[in-house]
Ligand binder design. Sequence first.
Ligand code: NAP
Length: 278
Amino acid sequence: MNLHLAVIGKDVSQSLSPSMHAFILRRLGAECKYEAISIPPEQFAERAEELFERYDAFNVTIPFKGDIIAYLSELRDDAPVFGAVNTVLCRERAGYNTDGFGFLLMLKNAGVQVKGRSVLVLGAGGAGRSCIKKLTEEGAEVYAYERNEDRLQEVYNEFGGFTPLSRVPLRKFDILLNCTGIGMHKTVGQTPSCRREDGSESPVDKKLLGLCETAVDLIYVPAQSEFLRIAQALGKKTVNGDSMLFYQAYMADCIYLRRTPCEREAKNLWESYREERI
Ligand code: NAP
């Protein structure tokens, strides 16, 4: 099979997707031509249609995961619940979201059990709401902090199943999960903020990280965010988002190839991808 694929986003010039998907697809027995297409947001409406003619399928990243939905006939699997699409099959105009698969497999393969554990999710944007949903489905005791309280309330109205941090005292959580994006790009060296006991908001520090067992950050560039650096210095287990990125790509490639995903295969591929990169 020879697929013509792309990733679209505002700026995908540095995206890892072309090489990552080419690696996975080759190992799964398919060839692909995979392009990175940066689209200025103001041009998205005029350029969206041509994507469906040009490619067999494409991946979608920031800020178009919601915008692409208007061009699709069907949302499948997690996509309708997440309200965001990262994988599109062009002929069927079908949209999927593979981030949840990637998130859960990242935790599982890192040995992070979530069932019955308390998890504080920081940030309820696109990725945060998907993680909240998946964690509640997996039986975690989920708490969430989002500095935009209206946004968190919207997620609560939609899913429920978690406790907004504003309703409980700040305490020990087994797992802290950074879904804010604070710690990458212009915020390298910073940690996300969180509500304090007195109701004020301040950056997550040694005190809160000192109480947890595991710190997980969806950020993968840099490989160690400040959030994870502090946690590691305190002797905590830390997990970054690089395997999530790989696993969500693997799942997308399984969709492209109409192949049933296999967790063991995904893990083996991730390990050989990492070895090749070192
Ligand atoms: P997003 O939709 O912009 O959501 C980020 C959320 O965090 C927003 O609600 C934002 O609020 C909030 N926030 C911003 N600054 C904050 C701070 N200082 N303290 C607390 N909350 C703050 O972004 P996203 O798409 O969810 O992505 C979030 C992160 O996940 C990014 O780093 C992205 O790269 C990563 N991600 C990784 C993977 C992977 O495969 N590893 C997959 C998906 C996403 P405001 O709107 O008020 O700024």
